[in-house]
Design a protein around this ligand. Structure first.
Ligand code: PSU
Ligand code: MN
Length: 312
């Protein structure tokens, strides 16, 4: 298999290395759910919640009848599907890799590049996987009219034919503008058995989602009938009722965390990990089980969608 070796062909693109299990599932058209690694690394959930999130996401996907495919760059190799002996590595210290960083991580042989949503969509697409589960997507940041900070996740969802299953965008983002951006980019945004765009830690952002869907077969039919072959679909799943954080309390926590980031001159890719860390500190860790619960819940919905797509 050719892994990032320059062939002299200008349009040569990334060919990730597949685990034997993922390669076999692809060959037999079995349902597969891709996973990102930022959430499991030191940039996402703290230890030991990261290990629990990983174990629960993997077993939930398997229980749902699908094969999990963890995306990462390990030792300079783009990977889709990891061996269980490698799971320990993705719980550790990572360099964050958005889609644009993946070729750099390969060329410079980074030990562990943790994939964001954009990198995971790109790797899932390159492998031929149509469903990807995450926690929350990146989006348009508050104050983006000054900073220009719009997550590459949005364009990646628009430019890879993958169904991304998330709990909305993190509530510290500008959610109305995030939805406007997705509309302009031509991404169908669906609410899973819910009418409201979820705000990650809470079930509703107060902004309506363009379309509600109630079952996985409908999501599969929407994917099958999109007009642009390269465009993805975004499924937003609200956090389970029992795991939701109180929204009034959260509003001041978020404002404080964003203010801290600005005062500390945190910019670029560092913003999201910093703000997530501040939220965990100020809520005395209560944001962590919420994050874990929504990630597992998204994995379960993603497995249902992958099964529906595989049925055809
Ligand atoms: N959701 C989480 N934890 C995270 C992220 C999302 O609960 O760490 C990560 C995802 O990998 C997402 C990224 O793609 O943050 C967005 O980063 P940015 O805003 O720099 O594009
Ligand atoms: Mn950003």
């Amino acid at each position: 298999m050719r892994i990032g070796r320059f062939t002299g062909i200008l349009n040569a693109v990334l060919q990730p290395f597949l685990s034997p299990e993922v390669a076999d599932a692809l060959a037999h058209r079995r349902p597969i759910v891709a996973l990102e690694t930022t959430i499991f690394s030191n940039l996402g959930l703290p230890s030991p919640a990261n290990r629990e999130a990983l174990d629960r996401c993997l077993s939930t996907i398997r229980d749902g009848g699908a094969v999990p495919a963890i995306t990462a760059v390990l030792d300079g190799v783009a990977r889709v599907g990891l061996l269980s002996s490698e799971h320990e590595r993705i719980l550790g210290t990572a360099r964050k890799a958005a889609e644009r960083d993946v070729p750099v991580a390969i060329a410079q042989r980074w030990d562990f590049a943790a994939t964001t949503v954009s990198a995971s969509c790109a790797l899932a697409h390159a492998a031929g996987i149509s469903v990807f589960a995450t926690g929350g997507i990146g989006g348009v940041h508050r104050g983006s009219e000054l900073t220009g900070d719009i997550s590459a996740d949005l364009d990646a969802i628009a430019n890879h034919p993958v169904v991304t299953v998330c709990a909305g965008a993190k509530a510290f983002l500008d959610l109305p503008r995030t939805l406007e951006y997705l509309e302009t980019a031509g991404v169908a945004v669906l609410g899973w058995q819910h009418d409201w765009f979820p705000a990650f830690y809470t079930r509703s952002s107060g902004v309506l989602v363009p379309h509600r869907v109630d079952d996985a077969a409908t999501v599969a039919a929407i994917l099958a009938n999109r007009s642009r072959a390269e465009t993805g679909v975004l499924v937003t799943v609200p956090i389970p009722v029992a795991d939701e954080l109180p929204s009034d309390e959260l509003a001041s926590v978020l404002d404080g965390a964003i203010g801290d980031a600005a005062r500390s001159n945190i910019i670029g890719a560092a913003v999201t990990p910093f703000v997530l860390g501040r939220i965990a500190a100020v809520t005395h860790g209560r944001s962590i089980p919420a994050n874990l619960a929504l990630a597992t819940n998204n994995a379960a919905v993603a497995a249902q969608i992958a099964v529906a797509i595989a049925r055809g």
